[in-house]
Design a binder for this molecule. Structure first.
Ligand SMILES: Cc1cc2nc3c(=O)[nH]c(=O)nc-3n(C[C@H](O)[C@H](O)[C@H](O)COP(=O)(O)OP(=O)(O)OC[C@H]3O[C@@H](n4cnc5c(N)ncnc54)[C@H](O)[C@@H]3O)c2cc1C
Length: 453
């Protein structure tokens, strides 16, 4: 029997597994997390008495259904939690589990690796008390911790108001929600967003709840700086009308939306194209998730779409695997899934316009700001390297010369901002600036564990 491996046990990976099991296969499901569920539907450790029903609010029904369905798979799949896939070479996966290395071959590979925060440096962003927006949610859902008592949510993302709501429910005071995208962008995207009315109404409700609770919400702020002597003490913003305001807080959650985790797709041979709306290089797939021979991508790791799109695209990628293995799948099932995925991903494209990556703000960052924290490279170091004779003009050369993106995060954190700084210094488009290539190990592993792939 063909060996089908799924990497990722979030909504996409779980629905892919359910679909394969329904058709008589026994997939291997690998996930580096302790418990299945992925990011949005993260399951808290049993010892943590967290009121997950209260935290998930109206999403609790979907959360519960996903976990119930995954639990029902337990003897029908080969589930390997706490296992990181750190490299792929041909049809071989390189794994590390509790410090022990191993390998796994596959005939068909579904990558459902999800997304991570898209961030850019800000003055003061290295102060203790500054977290990514997703990091703030993980602290809450995985550890039952608030990042502070009086928290500012800044950046540009629909998750700003969602995370603020979760924090408020768990006892935090929300000092500020500051969004760099002007209100007019949101109004412009309304016709696209209205095609998924329930999701749109949920977003509006979060916004209304924040306003009703007295939280200051600022749209279209043109600069953000985090202030404090030894840790976060406040946030200084320039409002859309040009006024400076400083708001006291003891922690900051920062995020400009999400970016797909694509390093494994890169190592597995996916092709990439620059997407000028997301300002990211994204993997190219067909409508069902096929990215290369025997390689299928699903969920936010293929294209940001949210949890519902992740579930549908996971099931669809599994249908593509089944079809390619000559196992019949009703055409109506696949057509229905394609429609759902396409509608929900179109909605996310609307959100990307309504909560835009602040390109111009990032291109004008001051020289003394740290861009790559792993290797301590400043924005100015990159600009200086690019001004030299025989200067690099392509992002991988810039990385080799400055070491920006060469540290522990492998450019997963600093990559999007580096892309903008390189494009601005070279006076070229994001496409012409090039794409940071994925390298193994995609995440830090112990030297002793990593035999050469
Ligand atoms: C931090 C964070 C918090 C979020 N919170 C919310 C929220 O509260 N509400 C909401 O609607 N949306 C939230 N989202 C959006 C969320 O990503 C999607 O809605 C949804 O979870 C996407 O599902 P997925 O299956 O594609 O990916 P995910 O749910 O992200 O699952 C991917 C899984 O792949 C695993 N994985 C990744 N790489 C590897 C590897 N190399 N080896 C082994 N395993 C790997 C991860 O451990 C993870 O379990 C959040 C996103 C992030 C990044």
């Amino acid at each position: 029997m063909s060996s089908v491996v799924i990497v990722g046990a979030g909504p996409a990976g779980i629905r892919a597994a359910c679909t394969l099991v329904e058709h008589g296969l026994r997939p291997i499901v690998i996930d580096e997390a302790r418990l299945a569920g992925g990011q949005g539907y993260r399951r808290p450790p049993p010892a943590l008495s967290l009121d997950i029903k209260r935290l998930m609010g109206s999403e609790y029904g979907k959360y519960e259904a996903l976990h119930r369905d995954f639990d029902a798979l337990h003897d029908k799949i080969d589930y390997r939690p706490r296992t990181l896939v750190w490299a792929i070479d041909g049809n071989m996966l390189y794994l590390i589990s509790d410090g022990r290395p191993s390998t796994q071959t596959f005939d068909k590979l579904i990558l459902a690796t999800g997304a991570m925060d898209k961030v850019a440096p800000l003055p003061g962003a290295t102060l203790p008390g500054v977290f990514t927006l997703g990091g703030a949610q993980i602290a809450l859902k995985d550890q039952g911790c608030l990042i502070g008592r009086h928290v500012a949510f800044v950046g540009s993302s629909p998750l700003l108001t969602l995370a603020a709501k979760q924090y408020r429910q768990m006892g935090a005071e929300i000092a500020l929600i500051a969004d760099t995208t002007p209100l007019k962008n949101k109004i412009r995207e309304l016709p696209t967003l209205a095609k998924s009315p329930r999701t749109l109404m949920r977003g509006i409700a979060y916004q209304a709840q924040a306003l009703a609770s007295g939280t200051p919400i600022l749209s279209g702020v043109t600069s953000i700086a985090i202030e404090g002597a030894t840790r976060v003490e406040g946030v200084r913003v320039t409002t859309a009308s040009g006024r400076e305001r400083t708001i006291a807080c003891d922690a900051v959650a920062l995020g400009y939306g999400l970016k797909p985790e694509t390093q494994l797709a890169d190592l597995a041979g996916a092709r990439f194209a620059y997407d000028a709306l997301f300002n990211l290089w994204l993997p190219v797939t067909d409508a069902d998730g096929r990215a290369a021979d025997n390689l299928y991508l699903a969920g936010d790791g293929a294209a940001i779409g949210g949890a519902d799109a992740a579930e549908a695209s996971g099931a669809l990628a599994a249908c593509a695997v089944l079809t390619d293995l000559q196992i019949a799948v009703p055409i109506s099932t696949m057509q229905g899934l394609r429609r759902t995925v396409s509608r929900l991903r179109a909605f996310q494209r609307g959100l990307a316009g309504a909560f835009a990556w602040p390109r111009h703000m990032i291109r004008q960052l001051p020289d003394d700001l740290t861009l790559c924290r792993c290797e301590d490279v400043s924005v100015g170091d990159v600009r200086t390297a690019m001004r030299r004779e025989f200067a690099p003009v392509e992002i991988n050369r810039v990385k080799a010369i400055t070491r920006c993106g060469m540290g522990r995060c492998q450019g997963r954190v600093c990559g999007p901002a580096l892309q903008e700084i390189v494009a601005e210094a070279a006076h070229c488009s994001g496409t012409a600036a090039g794409r940071l290539r994925g390298q193994a190990p995609i995440k830090p592993i112990a030297l002793a564990a990593g035999s050469e792939p």
